[in-house]
Design a protein around this ligand. Structure first.
Ligand code: V47
Ligand code: SF4
Length: 388
């Protein structure tokens, strides 16, 4: 049963939002038709105000972030030609193809010895040479060397790929990976579940129902996971709603999802962007905010909605904190307060900058672990911290 929320009726300009506000006020679930209205109304601020009210009721003023490190051990992928939105994958003999040895994985992971990185986010291509033994060896090595670091690894698509090449069930693959050190699954690979969309942008990729099936198998084993939706390509509003409804349904069954992360499609350096003639033109800020807010409103059984600031820019992520978002994803370089943690990547943001961003939205920043347990709140600038 969703929370009954004190809704800001005065903020609504579109009368179509009033029945939705009524449902939120009475703690009733929004229908798929309501979700469509939320995607179609021109009243973005109204949608945002509703999402903000729901988020405040669930998470107060706290905005969380985590300290994680991405490791992509292989870019070799059998779907290289059919996932037309992906600029990352290579065929085995193509220029730029790589598959890390265990030593190379360890060399990247070494940064985490500083004790500040709490999570490895490990995903890669569907590589015929990266089967169960490759990943179990990797996870055992990482847990042996860096036992304090949580392993969030392998999308449902990768789990299904390993199961296929090893002729095992999804469940058995998950059990073996968990024994080796896997803690949770990331949400990637979902794209948009609609069969018609998948055929156009990710033909031959694990279908939506099977994607859900892998996450269900994980949740049944007690392995929590995230979920995503790639939007802003060829999908219709009805496709978005179908996708969200499938996520909400599984969450009703298992409660295993930790967070929902809508992912804005980037049209550069991939075949789909060329085909659509959209290079250099990504999603709009309007649509980015709307996707986050609709996720907050329709996914009433999710606690956490995450904005990926690397995809939508830090400033838009900051604005999204007034549109239902309570969690920010992105590398946090903590050189000012906790000493240097290595070179700052162009995708990194200093801890000071992140705190400034969150406080600038009138929120309280808090660092969390991978299960969303708060590690510490930054109610006031920590003593001795330098200014950003
Ligand atoms: O599955 C691929 C997407 C995903 C493009 O679980 C693209 O905490 C935009 O899932 N434009 C991987 N997106 C990233 C991902 C993720 C990110 C942050 C946190 C979590 C989590 C998961 O990136 C892929 C795909 O949907 N992607 N190509 C593109 N051109
Ligand atoms: Fe890229 Fe993943 Fe598709 Fe492979 S399966 S082409 S890595 S999006």
């Amino acid at each position: 049963m969703p929370l009954a929320v004190d809704v800001p009726r005065a903020a609504l300009r579109d009368p179509a939002l009033v029945p939705i506000a009524d449902k939120l006020a009475s703690g009733s679930r929004l229908s798929e038709r309501d979700a469509l209205t939320l995607f179609e109304t021109p009243d973005l601020l109204g949608v945002g105000a509703l999402a903000d009210a729901v988020n405040r009721a669930k998470n107060g003023d706290v905005v969380t972030f985590a300290s994680n490190q991405h490791i992509n051990p292989t870019n070799v992928c059998v779907l290289r030609k059919t996932c037309v939105f992906c600029g990352y994958a290579r065929l085995p003999k193509e220029e730029g193809a790589f598959r890390y040895t265990m030593d190379q994985v360890m060399a990247e992971a070494e940064q985490a010895r500083n004790g500040l990185t709490r999570e490895f986010h490990i995903v890669g291509g569907l590589d015929m040479q990266a089967g169960l033994a490759y990943y179990t060896e990797m996870f055992r090595m990482l847990k042996r060397e860096l036992p304090h670091v949580h392993i969030k690894a392998l999308t449902a698509v990768e789990i299904a790929h390993i199961a296929r090449i090893e002729k095992l069930s999804w469940r058995d693959v998950l059990i073996a990976l968990r024994e080796a050190g896997l803690d949770t699954l990331p949400g990637g690979g979902a794209e948009t579940f609609s069969a018609a969309v998948r055929e156009q942008i990710a033909d031959k990729k694990l279908g939506g129902a099977d994607f859900i099936g892998v996450h269900r198998a994980a949740h049944e084993l007690g392995i929590r996971s995230n979920c995503t939706m790639l939007y802003g390509h060829v999908e219709t509003m009805a496709d978005r709603v179908e996708h969200l409804a499938m996520l909400r349904q599984l969450q009703d069954e298992t409660g295993g999802f930790l967070a929902y992360i809508p992912l804005a499609y980037h049209p550069d350096d991939n075949a789909l962007g060329k085909q659509l003639g959209r290079q250099g033109r990504g999603t709009t800020g309007y649509d980015d905010l709307r996707n986050l807010a609709v996720g907050r409103l329709f996914l009433d059984n999710f606690q956490h909605i995450k904005s990926h600031w690397i995809m939508v820019t830090p400033f838009l992520s900051q604005a999204s904190l007034a549109f239902g978002v309570n969690d920010l994803e992105g590398t946090v370089v903590r050189e000012k307060i906790y000493h240097a943690v290595g070179a700052q990547t162009p995708q990194g943001m200093s801890l000071d900058a992140l705190l400034t961003l969150i406080r600038g939205a009138g929120k309280v920043p808090a660092e969390r672990d991978s299960f969303y347990r708060i590690l510490w709140r930054f109610d006031a600038p920590p003593e001795g911290a330098e200014a950003a």
